[in-house]
Design a protein around this ligand. Structure first.
Ligand SMILES: N[C@@H](CCC(=O)N[C@@H](CS)C(=O)NCC(=O)O)C(=O)O
Length: 206
């Protein structure tokens, strides 16, 4: 049985929950992190020395880093559907997985933390404004790419859509100024039709 240690309102845990739901793969979620705690104990540290969520446990495999978990699970359980075996077919989606880590996550996270997880008196409005500007700029880049691509990896949905898909939900749910991004909005509408996205991602921001 696959065990996921994490929490349903965590971006990095959501990546894994969304993929497992898409594949219909059975798993057990054990609540760890923030309001649930449990990730700073010696036992958890042994599993994941970052003391962050998510952690996957399957038999003798213990895996952390959510994008690596996505690659592992999709390669093992999706039969090539969400992570093609052919390197040429796989590369575009991989690129957006890494771009989410290096570019979009650091762009939007200060806005999310400032507006959702901080008390109004503690908000650094200059930092939030900078994050909003960086998010708009980054997503404009994705918007231009999506003018010629139905999903980020090509014609079919794949794991490359998952991190950027979650951050795009946050972008549209946050009370911020957004520019018009028609191709991104069309792709976002396609994601919103997916039952697994509705169940795991469209749950509000906390
Ligand atoms: N690079 C790691 C980052 C993991 C991470 O930052 N997780 C956050 C939640 S999204 C966390 O554990 N925060 C502390 C907590 O929940 O207690 C990954 O992708 O798995």
């Amino acid at each position: 049985m696959i065990r996921i240690l994490g929490r349903p309102n965590s971006y990095n845990t959501q990546k894994v929950l969304w993929l497992l739901e898409e594949m219909g793969t059975k798993f057990e979620l054990e609540l760890y992190g923030l309001e649930h705690g449990g990730n700073h104990t010696p036992e958890y540290h042994t599993l994941n020395p970052n003391e962050l969520v998510p952690t996957l446990i399957e038999d003798d495999l213990v895996l952390w880093e959510s994008n690596s978990i996505l690659r592992y699970l999709a390669a093992k359980y999706s039969g090539g559907k969400f992570y093609p075996a052919d390197p040429r077919a796989r590369a575009p989606g991989d690129k957006w997985l890494d771009w989410a880590l290096t570019t979009l996550t650091p762009a939007i996270t200060p806005a999310f933390w400032g507006l959702i997880r901080s008390k109004p008196a503690e908000r650094d409005m200059a930092k939030i404004a900078e994050a909003v500007a960086r998010s708009n700029k980054s997503l404009a880049m994705l918007d231009r790419y999506l003018a010629d691509s139905t999903y980020v990896g090509g014609a079919e949905f794949g794991i490359g859509d998952i991190p950027v898909g979650i951050l795009t939900y946050r972008f549209f749910e946050l009370p911020i100024e957004r520019q018009r991004l028609p191709h991104l909005e069309a792709w976002y509408e396609r994601l919103r039709e997916r039952p697994a996205y509705r169940k795991c991602i469209m749950i509000g921001l906390t």
